[in-house]
Design a protein around this ligand. Structure first.
Ligand code: CA
Length: 229
């Protein structure tokens, strides 16, 4: 589970963000002041920080600067209000990774969050080769072998497989796959996702086999497991 720290002095916005993020299965820490945000940002093991620019004590720029000076590499999304347009640029120069202007759509915020988390994940673990069961996948060359024999996968199938593997052991919903693999500008149906999963299973796990690696999680989505039980 990814942990997100939200630093925001407006209680309504803070509560709203917390509810939205918890509903998306993130673990959420909150801070209503810059000082508190700085303390938590340095101390906790975070995956993302959402930081309001206009805070009453220590403003967002200062919090961001101090976090970066202290060597905190956590991706940071800055929240700004319209009147602070100029400060946006400053925020980015100070080491924020992205910003959003209030009021923002929840859908867009969640997409930005996923993108930042993915970018962070990608830096930590660039997936090049991966082996599981009787399968060996080379993502760079886009080559796959099953029991030593080549298996042909499409570019999209490689993307689906990579996403599942990067989330090994976690439930991956159809919406996550649609957002991350197809991109939120395209809207194929969840049925499309199911068809890709079926095709991948057929190619990787064999025609009649009970899935051992790409599992269905009832009503939730899918889960990749490396070691078949
Ligand atoms: Ca504020």
């Amino acid at each position: 589970m990814k942990t997100i720290l939200v630093v925001e002095d407006d209680p309504a916005i803070l509560r709203g963000l917390e509810e939205v993020l918890v509903a998306e299965h993130y673990r959420v820490l909150t801070a209503a002041t810059g000082t508190m945000g700085l303390t938590l940002g340095k101390k906790e093991n975070l995956d993302l920080i959402i930081l309001d620019l206009g805070l009453p004590d220590l403003n967002g720029e200062e919090v961001c600067k101090q976090l970066r000076t202290a060597g905190v590499p956590t991706p940071l999304l800055m929240l700004t209000s319209k009147s602070q347009e100029m400060d946006k640029v400053l925020g980015l120069e100070l080491g924020a990774d992205d910003y959003m202007t209030k009021p923002f759509s929840v859908r867009e915020l969640l997409a930005r969050i996923r993108a930042l988390l993915r970018r962070d994940h990608g830096m930590k673990k660039e997936l090049e080769e991966y082996a599981f069961g009787q399968i060996v996948v080379d993502f760079r060359k886009q080559e796959t072998a099953r029991k030593g024999k080549p298996v042909k996968l499409s570019v999209r199938e490689y993307a689906v497989l990579k996403f599942l593997i990067l989330h090994e052991g976690e439930v991956v919903t159809r919406d996550m796959l649609l957002n991350e693999v197809w991109g939120y500008e395209h809207f194929p149906t969840t049925r499309t996702v199911d068809n890709y999963i079926l095709a991948l299973r057929k190619k990787l796990e064999g025609e009649n086999a009970t899935p051992r690696h790409i599992l269905t999680v009832h009503t939730a989505g899918y889960k990749f497991v490396k070691d078949a039980t």
